[in-house]
Ligand binder design. Sequence first.
Ligand SMILES: Nc1ncnc2c1ncn2[C@@H]1O[C@H](COP(=O)(O)OP(=O)(O)OP(=O)(O)O)[C@@H](O)[C@H]1O
Length: 332
Amino acid sequence: MQKRARVIYNPTAGRELMKQKMIDILGIFEEAGYETSAFATTPEKNSAKNEAERAAKAGFDLVVAAGGDGTINEVVNGIAPLKYRPKMAIIPAGTTNDYARALHIPREDPVEAAKIVLKGQTVRMDIGQANENYFINIAAGGKIAELTYEVPSNLKTLFGYLAYLVKGAELLPRVRPVEVDIKYDGGEYKGKASMFFLALTNSVGGLEQIVPDAELDDGKFTMIIVKTANLVEMLHLLSKVLNGGKHVDDPRIIYKKTRKVKVLPINDQIQVNLDGEYGGDAPMTFIDHKRHIEMFANTDKIPNHAIGETQEEKEAEAKFLKGIDQIPDQTE
Ligand SMILES: Nc1ncnc2c1ncn2[C@@H]1O[C@H](COP(=O)(O)OP(=O)(O)OP(=O)(O)O)[C@@H](O)[C@H]1O
């Protein structure tokens, strides 16, 4: 039977570039052997998510998320809870596109990004779950993470991630730590933290040095808890990051690989940001779903990626998920 692809695109993304190039993009998926149709998202929340879920349930072989981080995150949320999950491809538009960077997908031209499918290379990548929501790049909490909401979007478009850093430095004096209890595999941290984050890829805020050893498919988050909120110490930590990832052993942070994390607020409200958007408040349970979605990527540039899963790995995964509490039911 002919394979089918559904391209879910935000017609306003990338100054309407995505819309203008849609005919060429559809042609590329046809060339790759897919009978291809397109769905333009609407301004309503969950428009991309609902369509991705519908396409997966209708048995599409490939769902393509074409837009900014918000659109891509919604498509992941439409597919991730399902038992049958189509393959995914990403055509980035917008400003940060951290996961496009991690997958080595061209970020300037949507037609070039679509061409990744012609190579036929995929990676089975981990997906994070945070209570009932999913993310594919990063979950972050704490006052510093909250600052990213204050970056005006026109500034984001012009300067990309640099805007985050500039705005971050400007607002840093306002940062105070929150009291938190973070339980992770083999440990617990109870105390003050200015921020924590869980990364699935090594592309965080446009810097590869922050979590230099994060892998797309190892079944683990790379977790960082920043204990200090002192401005001078923070800048010192940042200089260690920029100096080749030397922050990893610094006593002012906790740097761990972990599969499951529980974040409990002690006195403060803690907002959690998922892939750059507000994703709810703690208490929150995070789970890494190992190799959960098969994603088109330029795997020539991704060392040691998983090509398939052995039966043994599948069984181990099923056993792990069975043993976890607080996971919403997987629907058909
Ligand atoms: N047809 C449409 N008309 C107007 N707005 C839309 C439409 N479709 C989606 N949107 C809005 O676009 C937003 C999602 O944008 P998306 O993440 O694709 O791009 P972006 O905001 O430019 O990217 P980034 O977040 O990376 O800067 C949502 O707020 C959604 O409501």
